[in-house]
Design a binder for this molecule. Structure first.
Ligand SMILES: Nc1ncnc2c1ncn2[C@@H]1O[C@H](COP(=O)(O)OP(=O)(O)O)[C@@H](O)[C@H]1O
Ligand SMILES: [Mg+2]
Length: 282
């Protein structure tokens, strides 16, 4: 059994035990009090953008994703993430992982889409993989008419309104990045980045902020940025993420709030899904 499978199994067991010994906890997991209706009258309209349906389809992005198992898995992931955010009163998290190619960006984009499909949930997806920005590409957004992105804002060449886009999905805002930046971790702790965070936090209705980030072992970006967010969603891929890297990542992440672990590319299609998701409570 791989270290990932083992972690997922242990986490599931721990939850089953907690539910069995704590009736209140198990009850609250079943009987969820619905949040109060969101006042949308103040919602800011951002630059409308048409997403490229062919690109969404080719990149396996909602709503053009066809695989029924994957669709179901994203819905489960959405529900669990929402509950965990609500339970902790968290509003922001980074999607990260251990190494490249585990499916972090795919997970971040589809989770943002799935969350924004929920009528009460307002979301902002921010491409914070400054050296390898891919969110725009996955959504089929191109800077053909000189559209501005995050790097322009961070360099002082664009305003907040210039870089936030609103695809057809009303409750989703996207901040793409069209050009890679060096010195990423310095940039992430810059006053300009703090200004961006303040602008995002001031949005009404309050949005869940999802930051697509590089892997923790590739650079110190996640470490540098962690104080500005509530938690991390870790994406690991079966067959890609090796045991030693996972162990090193665990040490790096020891001080951070873990929202959960997404097991991507699982050979075992649990509930006919190729994603499984586990709460990874410390
Ligand atoms: N579960 C999956 N099934 C099929 N393809 C996947 C899956 N997860 C990721 N991919 C593909 O793998 C590649 C890398 O994914 P990406 O999300 O960009 O990785 P990361 O952001 O972790 O570097 C992309 O082409 C993506 O479409
Ligand atoms: Mg990525």
């Amino acid at each position: 059994m791989s270290i990932i499978e083992e972690a997922v199994r242990k986490s599931a067991e721990r939850h089953a035990r907690q539910a069995a010994t704590d009736p209140l906890r198990s009850q609250s997991r079943l009987r969820r009090v619905p949040p109060p209706p969101v006042d949308t009258s103040q919602a800011q309209r951002f630059q409308p953008i048409a997403l490229d349906k062919a690109a969404l389809h080719d990149n396996f992005i909602l709503p053009q994703l066809q695989d029924a198992g994957a669709l179901r898995a994203y819905k489960i992931l959405r529900t669990r993430v929402l509950r965990r955010l609500e339970a902790n009163q968290w509003h922001s998290f980074a999607v990260t992982g251990v190494t490249a190619g585990e499916g972090k960006t795919l997970t971040a984009v589809n989770l943002a889409m799935a969350l924004a499909q929920d009528v009460n949930t307002w979301v902002a997806l921010i491409d914070l993989d400054l050296q390898r920005p891919r969110v725009a590409e996955y959504l089929g957004m191109r800077s053909t008419r000189g559209e501005k992105g995050l790097s322009d804002y961070l360099q002082g060449n664009a305003t907040f309104e210039n870089i936030v886009y609103q695809p057809e999905l009303e409750r989703l805002a996207v901040i793409p990045n069209f050009s890679p930046m060096l010195n990423a971790s310095e940039t992430l702790t810059s006053p300009r980045m703090s200004e961006l965070m303040q602008a995002l936090d001031a949005e009404t209705p309050r949005r869940i902020l999802i930051f697509d980030m590089p892997p923790v072992l590739a650079a110190d970006d996640v470490l540098a940025f962690a104080p500005q967010i509530d938690g991390l969603l870790l994406v690991v891929a079966e067959g890609t993420t090796d045991r030693n890297s996972l162990r090193r990542a665990k040490e790096v992440l020891a001080e951070m709030n873990l929202l959960g672990v997404v097991l991507n590319r699982s050979a075992e299609r649990l509930d006919a899904a190729y994603y499984s998701y586990s709460y990874a409570q410390r």
